[in-house]
Write a protein that binds this ligand. Structure first.
Ligand code: SF4
Length: 311
């Protein structure tokens, strides 16, 4: 998933040790989760763009895409979870205002006793793993009249699918899942609880070392599972400068075989500065025409949260 962070696109080719990837899945618990940050902001991608959501950004990812702009989430345990009061990143990132151990303990007691949050300046930090009750309290505190979904993002949220099941039991709010679509068993676990599934398809040019055919098979199974469980499903594909209609088309045909009504978002990669790294408009419109031969709803939607300067 792509979201704003202070580490630039050009800096993100981190090498993630395989044991870290394995830990991401092996430490699953239904009552606790490793979460990178929680905040209320505006959805900046996909067909629900512009809606307010409370975001839970989970730690850990089983992939290592070359364009990942949240590489910090690829670590299964970040140690701390940032809880943002506002949705503007600059203040907190420039001058972190981490609370002392003592204050965190007091905070936890305060949450336990009163279900209210106490903040110091831009954000507070909490020790991972977070209990489901505290996460539910934060979500309820951050829910505003405009908010429409709890966005489960990452990293890869389905690595902690048991926690998602438990969370759905304690909050009665619409769940919006952003997934890399490579964990069909976990998708089966939660499909009936998810209202919106934003499913990525990774093209070969995503730069992963994994077996692309196997990943594609898992991806299609995941999309099919959500499609068959009354979720509102859409598919998102990141378009890189080297992406062409030829590299895209087999993925498009596979989506159409599942359901030609599934909306497809082609998301041009958002390079930070270098204009030449953008896919060309000619290529993008050709891809749109090629995809529209098989799918009824094809849209080009770039990221917008960076334009707004929100998390
Ligand atoms: S699936 Fe998303 S979070 Fe994981 S490496 Fe790829 S872009 Fe990053």
């Amino acid at each position: 998933m792509e979201f704003f962070c202070t580490i630039s696109y050009a800096q993100t080719n981190l090498s993630i040790p395989s044991e870290t990837k394995e830990r991401a899945g092996s430490e699953m618990s239904d009552r606790h989760a490793h979460i990178q940050e929680i905040f209320n902001s505006i959805q900046g991608e996909g067909i629900f763009i512009g809606l307010r959501q409370v975001f839970l950004r989970f730690c850990g990812c089983n992939l290592n895409c070359s364009y990942c702009d949240t590489p910090e989430t690829q670590i299964a345990d970040s140690g701390r979870c940032r809880v943002w009061q506002g949705c503007e990143p600059e203040e907190g990132f420039e001058k972190p205002t981490e609370l002392s151990e003592n204050t965190i303990k007091t905070y936890k007691k305060t949450v336990d006793n009163t279900n209210r949050l106490k903040f110091s300046k831009g954000f507070l930090t909490l020790e991972n793993p977070l209990g489901v009750d505290i996460v539910a309290d934060v979500i309820k505190e951050f829910w505003s009249p405009a908010t429409k979904h709890v966005s489960l993002t990452g990293g890869e949220p389905l690595l902690q699918s048991r926690f998602i099941r438990r969370l759905a039991e304690v909050i009665d709010l619409p769940l919006y899942l952003e997934t890399n679509s490579t964990l069909p068993d976990a998708a089966s676990d939660v499909a009936g609880l998810i209202d919106v599934a934003a499913c990525d398809i990774k093209l070969e040019e995503s730069g992963m070392e994994d077996d692309c055919d196997l990943l594609r098979d898992k991806t299609l199974r995941t999309i099919e599972i959500f499609n068959n469980n009354n979720c509102s499903v859409f598919v998102k594909i990141i378009i890189l400068p080297q992406t062409t209609s030829a590299t895209l088309i087999s993925a498009i045909k596979s989506i159409a075989e599942i359901n030609p009504e599934i909306p497809l978002v082609l998301q041009p990669i958002t390079p930070p500065i270098n204009q030449s790294e953008r896919p060309s408009p000619k290529n993008i419109t050709e891809m749109m025409d090629a995809a529209s031969r098989y799918l009824r709803d094809v849209r080009i939607i770039p990221q917008t949260h960076r334009l707004l300067g929100v998390l």
